[in-house]
Design a protein around this ligand. Sequence first.
Ligand code: MSP
Length: 524
Amino acid sequence: MAEERDAGSKPFYVTTPIYYVNDVPHIGHAYTTLSCDVLARFKRLDGFDVHFLTGTDEHGQKVETASQVAGMTPQAFVDKVSGNFRDLAAAMNISNDDFIRTTEDRHTAACQQLWRELAARDEIYLGSYAGWYAVRDEAYYAEGELVDGPEGKKLAPSGAEVEWVEEPSYFFRLSAWQDRLLALYEDNPDFIGPDSRRNEVISFVKGGLFDLSVSRTSFAWGVPVPDDPAHVMYVWIDALTNYITAAGYPDTDCALYRRFWPADLHMIGKDIIRFHAVYWPAFLMAAGLEPPKRVFAHGWWTNEGQKISKSVGNIIDPYDLFDRYGVDQTRYFLMREVPFGNDGDFSRRAIASRINSDLANDLGNLAQRVLSMIGKNCGAAVPQPAAFSADDDALLASAHGLLDTVRPLFDAQAFHKALEAIWAVIGDANRYVDTQAPWTLRKTDPERMATVLYALAETIRHLAILVQPIMPESCARLLDQLAVEEGARGFGDLGPAGALRPGTALPKPEGVFPRYIEEEGEEG
Ligand code: MSP
């Protein structure tokens, strides 16, 4: 159980949205999951007991229709396609602790219990719905929210087609939660990030809330409403509940729930902020449960300036990127290129340039130069330093200070800024190599050369440990080349306490970050 697992360290529960199984995984899904993985790895290295959840959203009208198109029963269909998301997670080295599928029994039990709780507290009542519904978004829209599409057609604000729905429906008394939601945002300034999204949510809630339709009768692929099997639950109440199912709900006394709920962070894309920052905390508070601590909405990727869509045919296949550029290189690019929270554009030119300048030239070259000089001139062992000069101390101090600089940046999901800070030290180290010129010291002052190379190796150790959350494989190789033991790669090993021991034998160095050579005919 969780408590036995790691009783001493602080818990950290992070979740991805659960993905609609009918889609083929693309860069957008990869991005959300990657950002959570980076955070989960950072927190583990920083001594936290992490619970990292991802999974698939398998109910609802959209999935039911997709299964019909595929000529399969919904269950057979979801069994087949949910594997795509598991495979993607494995392919990009995602370190999730659990993978939830909303068709699992544990999840049906959680949804039905949450429903009973809401019904018992008179938060749900039976009525009838007449209004617009967009299957693509699995969302209800008020008349006033619709926008004009081609040929006078009304569309959802997302551009999705809408259909008129009229059917008996249970409603959740969302309208009664306006003040308590506003108080939640007010009392917890970090509840929604980034600030632009927080403002958007606050003004939406201030505009007034309508009761929310939470069941459907016109199709069957969902969790049955307790005691009224003609209804299935609205797919969003079902989907959001996954976050507590995976924490052991309805058993709120179990070790997992007590340790990990409320979640520290729900990471999502900006399109689903309303569900996570308005409906979900309202459902939870209405059921007497605690809302999550934070919801962060990242931006959307475009492809070479164009909106990514199946119909345009410009979906970016993550496997393509891994094959062409490498998994770690893709991970680095996605986390570095775009200020996290903003929209960003994917281009072949941009990823190639990041790989060649940041990885091959800056980090790769630093490690390669230093390790091969040590290999050739220091008997392939960690050199023995003499007294440090002011320059050496300055370089080491910047490496030692990095964790304190990047920790608050990771905690604020400012991944790009954390990487900027780490790369600033890489820049310092490269300038230090140039000014100290250890290759000339080799003849004039070998003792000084050993000191310089030691300070550099120690700096590289810090860099490799700190970059592990973003590029786990490559950093493992760098740390192998520095003969840092596997048990000595956590943030507790940073600083002088974990310093490299002079005389430790080092393996033959090899390049970790190759240059990317564009293929003939590839767009520049
Ligand atoms: N099933 C719901 C989530 C339920 S969570 C309780 C869902 N699934 S989804 O598969 O459509 O989307 C999952 C995530 O992918 C969202 O966070 C969304 O923002 C993200 N992305 C989809 N396309 C994207 C881009 N082009 N760029 C970045 N992220 C995008 O919504």
